[in-house]
Design a protein around this ligand. Structure first.
Ligand code: ARG
Length: 460
């Protein structure tokens, strides 16, 4: 059973330490279902080419299905000596179907086999992450919709800048997650290419129909160059890059949840079920979920860097270094899925403290720009208006008042253009609702953005 597939030319047994060192079974065993799916398609391709009989193909496929059941049922035995999942399955097949198992690897190498397996895995995984991101976008839109009247300060440099609707703030994340989805869809097109038949690196002399294999496995395309097919991992790098960008977005959202839940901000309250306490400080309610999403982001970035570094100096075609790719890939995909899933559950349970948000939006001279805009409507050039309002802000700061708390007479000392209407003009709601251009924070514009998003999500 543990006879090596490649033992023919070797006189000495492999050292135990080498077996352990080179084994990848602990990582790649999760590819088993894809490996078996690929092998069954390969049997059919061999039979179609007349390389094995239909009967033999049937026996091989039945044996492979039995192995799938064994692995599903966790009765399958693993050994380091068998290196990887491909070898494990082939060895077990020999035990089940006998000599005919020796024909399965005709016109195939583990190099194109592993390339196929990871492509099958990633195709499924990306499709399921796209689904999760669809749920996330729906949740974001849903929460945004219920906060079309909630106002908070918008920030730049983490300084209060201008008031915005909470719905507008949340819809910014909708846009990010929509682009993340598009990036993954783009990347799917390049994952969905069938490498089998490239064999070790040069292709195969056996007359197999690669398009038929692709059809059986639901691939859109057959890879065009056998060396590229076994040497290339850019489709993984592309995924890791898309995953990193999406994690960066999740991390920024998490960062905001962490800040907003602090006593200093008190903009939100996290649900008890999604927060944790401190073992020493009884009063603490910590935003660990958001912190871990932020923390795990670093791991995904690291995996992208590790994969780029892994590939950068490899001569064509396959090199064993590439075995390290799977741990990085699986880790990133697992983290991304878990993080999207937990944010989907967390977001709708957050309690937004509307009163505190509204109060914060009314303090800190957030209407200074609008005051300048007002003077512009009275014919003052913007630079001059900016300077004039700067002086008003300085006066207001000295008097510990907001601009709108100054009297008309005080305001008119700075410009005779200022009239009583200014007080309505400077209310938070009016400031928000004047920003009606596409993409602005006016209630009307945000409602339109939500409607567009809902339509897009319905059709996706
Ligand atoms: N376990 C190997 C990997 O993941 C499979 C391919 C092995 N090919 C080889 N020529 N040793 O990369």
């Amino acid at each position: 059973m543990s006879e090596k597939l490649w033992a023919g030319r070797f006189k000495e047994k492999t050292a135990k330490i080498v077996e352990t060192f080179t084994s990848s079974i602990d990582v790649d065993r999760r590819l088993y279902a894809y490996d078996i799916q690929g092998s069954i398609a390969h049997c059919k391709t061999l039979a179609k080419a007349g390389i094995i009989s239909a009967k033999e193909a049937g026996e091989l496929a039945a044996g492979l299905k039995k192995i799938k059941q064994e692995i599903d049922a966790q009765t399958f035995h693993y050994h380091d000596a068998l290196e990887d999942i491909h070898t494990h399955i082939e060895s077990r097949l020999a035990e089940i179907v006998g000599n005919v198992a020796q024909k399965l690897h005709t016109a195939r190498s583990r190099n194109d086999q592993v390339a196929l397996d990871v492509r099958l895995y990633l195709r499924d995984t990306v499709a399921s992450i796209i689904q999760l991101l669809g749920q996330l976008q729906k949740v974001v839109v849903h929460v945004a919709k219920s906060h079309i009247k909630t106002v908070l300060p918008g920030y730049t440099h983490l300084q209060r800048a201008q008031p915005v609707l909470l719905a507008h703030h949340l819809m910014a994340y909708y846009e990010m997650f929509a682009r993340d989805t598009e990036r993954l869809q783009d990347c799917l097109a390049r994952i969905n290419v069938m490498p089998l038949g490239s064999a070790a690196l040069a292709g195969t002399p056996h007359p197999i129909d690669r398009k038929y294999t692709a059809e059986l496995l639901g691939f859109k395309k057959v890879s065009a160059n056998s060396m590229d097919s076994v040497a290339d991992r850019d489709f993984m790098i592309e995924f890791l890059s898309a995953a990193s960008i999406c994690m960066m977005h999740l991390s920024r959202l998490s960062e905001e949840l962490i800040i907003w839940s602090s006593t200093e901000f008190s903009f939100i309250e996290l649900p008890d079920a999604f927060a944790t306490g401190s073992s020493i400080m009884p009063q603490k309610k910590n935003p660990d979920v958001a912190e871990l999403v932020r923390g795990k982001t670093g791991r995904v970035f690291g995996n992208l860097m590790a994969m780029l570094t892994l590939m950068k100096s490899l001569p064509l075609s396959y090199n064993r270094d590439m075995q390290e790719d799977k741990a990085l890939l699986f880790d990133a995909a697992d983290i991304l899925s878990a993080c999207v899933e937990i944010i989907v559950q967390l977001l709708p349970k957050i309690k937004f403290n509307k009163t505190n948000m509204q109060a914060a939006a009314g303090e800190g001279y957030l209407n200074a720009t609008d005051m300048a805009d007002y003077l512009v409507t009275k014919g003052m050039p913007f630079r001059e208006a900016h300077h004039c309002v700067g002086q008003i802000v300085s006066y207001a700061v000295r008097n510990r008042k907001e601009i709108h708390a100054l009297s008309l007479a005080e305001l008119q000392q700075f410009s005779p253009h200022i009239e009583a209407e200014i007080f309505d003009f400077l209310t938070t709601q009016q400031m928000i609702d004047r920003r009606t251009t596409i993409g602005g924070t006016a209630t009307r514009a945000v409602k339109a953005a939500i409607k567009t998003a809902e339509k897009k999500l319905k059709n996706s």
